[in-house]
Design a protein around this ligand. Structure first.
Ligand code: IPE
Ligand code: IPE
Ligand code: MG
Ligand code: MG
Ligand code: MG
Length: 296
């Protein structure tokens, strides 16, 4: 494993992402004040920004400019934040803590939380469409993001996740299919959008996609593990919730140790996929490791 100083690098990316997100959520008076507050409350809360960082890292690893990738990074974080607001609703996971704060519906009420999610999803595509990238790159990014977020991607995975609460323990294959959609697809879109913005060659785009799929699945396995072993203060969200909801998770199906081993082998696959990038893979490899070693 290369020794790169990942955390200062991530912090410098996060600063640029946060500045861009702030700028992209300054709404006119046509957006009711409560709605803009609700959108900003969740979006600008202290998230890890893993997905937008990956957009920038993928672009940079392929020789592109970070500034060109910021609109796609912000768009992806907007879709992710919307998914969290809706995921926390009483009709879904019914959570009251997110990013160390009361969840959006606790703070603003359910109707505003639903509309804030709708607004973030829509704004994401407006930000992408307004970017100064070549039109064909914008269209390709919109296609990646829409497909990853939609009924065959994150939304489909969320539906399957909720349906699995009602049935007995799913098979590992069924669980993997849920995790790949509800979390893996958006994470993979980070890699492909970043690569497209840098006009990366088709072979490297495929390699980055494999990295995204492996890291995406490992990310949700780590999330399932942290629900069992994590600390509420560090996580900024409630723990031990999956068992309460009878969720199908990796630790519930395979146990903690086997789940860790699966995550570890996915990280190795991810690192191997970006090996051809040479030295430019170092941050991506370090981030893959961070994703399963994290404590929040
Ligand atoms: C939480 O995502 C939801 C999952 C898909 C597991 P993150 O762990 O990236 O949450 P934030 O963005 O840091 O709050
Ligand atoms: C959420 O998975 C995936 C999303 C699409 C938001 P979880 O329900 O496990 O995420 P947390 O644990 O609430 O962050
Ligand atoms: Mg959920
Ligand atoms: Mg949840
Ligand atoms: Mg979880």
């Amino acid at each position: 494993m290369p020794s790169v100083d990942l955390l200062p690098y991530l912090n410098s990316l996060r600063e640029q992402i946060d500045a861009h997100l702030t700028q992209e959520t300054l709404f006119t008076d046509d957006c009711p004040k409560t709605l803009s507050e609700s959108v900003q409350y969740s979006l600008l809360a202290p998230g890890k920004r893993v997905r937008p960082c990956l957009v920038l890292m993928s672009c940079e690893a392929c020789g592109g400019e970070i500034a060109d990738a910021l609109p796609a990074a912000s768009a992806l974080e907007m879709v992710h934040s919307y998914s969290l607001i809706h995921d926390d609703l009483p009709a879904m996971d019914d959570d009251d803590l997110r990013r160390g704060r009361p969840t959006n519906h606790v703070q603003f009420g359910e109707s505003t939380a639903i509309l804030a999610g709708d607004g973030l999803l829509t704004r994401a595509f407006e930000v992408l469409a307004n970017s100064s990238l070549p039109a064909e790159v914008i269209v390709a990014c919109i296609r990646d993001l829409a497909s990853a977020a939609g009924v065959e991607g994150m939304v489909g995975g969320q539906q399957a996740d909720l349906e699995a609460e009602q049935t007995a323990a799913a098979s590992v294959d069924a669980l993997e299919a849920i995790h790949r959609r509800k979390t893996g697809r958006l994470l993979t879109a980070a890699l492909t959008m970043g690569a497209r913005i840098a006009h990366c060659d088709p072979q490297m785009l495929r390699n980055l996609k494999v990295y995204g799929e492996s890291v995406g699945l490992a990310f949700q396995i780590a999330d399932d593990l942290l629900d069992v072993t994590g600390d509420v203060q560090k996580m900024g969200k409630e723990v031990q919730k999956d068992a309460e909801h009878h969720k199908s998770t990796y630790p519930s199906l395979l146990g903690v140790d086997e789940s860790r081993m699966r995550a570890e082998s996915l990280i190795q696959q991810a690192c191997a996929a970006v090996e051809p990038l040479g030295e430019r893979n170092h941050y991506l490899q370090a981030l893959a490791r961070y994703i399963i070693d994290r404590d929040h």
